[in-house]
Design a binder for this molecule. Sequence first.
Ligand SMILES: [Zn+2]
Length: 265
Amino acid sequence: MKFYPFITLSLRTVVAFSALAGSAFSLVWLEQRQAAAPLPSQRRWNETSPLVVVDAGHGGHDGGAVANGVIEKNMSLDIAKRVMKELEAAGVRVVMTRSGDRFLSLDERAALAGEHGADAFVSVHLNTEGEGNEAEGIETYFAESRALSARQLVPGGDGRGQRAGGSAEFASRVQRLVCDATGAENRGVKARDYAVVARAACPAVLVECGFITSASEVVRLKEAGYRDKVADGIARGVVLFLQTQSAQAPVVAAVLKADGGSRGR
Ligand SMILES: [Zn+2]
C-alpha cells in the first residue's frame, strides 16, 4: 500500500516535468518506473499472510536418487521453485530450505519451520523402484508418530495436538489436488516417520512427485509443463489446507477469489 503515494508523487513530478520540458523523455522515465514496481503478489504480502516452508529434497553432495538421466536433487529443486511461485501468486509467504545446490541436514530443514513460525511445511522428492519394477504415480507422506506424541503431550488438547495432527488432513488434500492436476496414478497418503516431516513444528508433508525409474512417468517429469502441473497441484493443496486450518484463512481466500481461479490445471 505504501507504493501508491510514491507513484502518485512520481506522476505529479512527471506531469510537472512534461509541462516544462516536453513529454518524450518523461514518458520513457515513467515506463522505467513502472517496470521497477514490485509484482502484484509481493504487494499483497503482509505479516498476517500465512508462511509455508518449501523443502527441495537432497542437495549438494546428497544427490538423492539417480535414474534415466535425472538427478533427484535437481528435479526436486525445480519443482520446489515452481511451488514457491504458485504459492506466492496466491499471497502466501514462502521460505525455501534451499534455493541452490546446497546440502542441509534433515534437522536444519525441519528447524526452519520453527524459526519462521511456519503454518505448513512441504518437502518435495522424486520416487524410485528397483529394476524391472514399473511402479509409477504420486504419494504423500506425513509423520504419524509426531501427531500421536503431540496429542499425548497435551491431553484433552489445547490446539497443539490438533495442529500436529493436521498433517494427515494436509497430506490428503495435497495428494488429491496434485493427482487432480497431473492425472498421475494416485498411490495414496501414507504414514511414515521421515525425519524431515516428523521434526517440523507445524503440519508437514513429504510429496513423492513421481517415479524417475518409470520409463513413462520420467518422460512426463522431464517436461516443464508437467512439472508446472505438479507444482500447481501441490500449491492448491497447501492453500486449501491453510484455508481450513488457519485464522489467516480469509486472507488466502480473498486472494484466491481475486485471482479468479484462472490458473489452469
Ligand atoms: Zn528423496
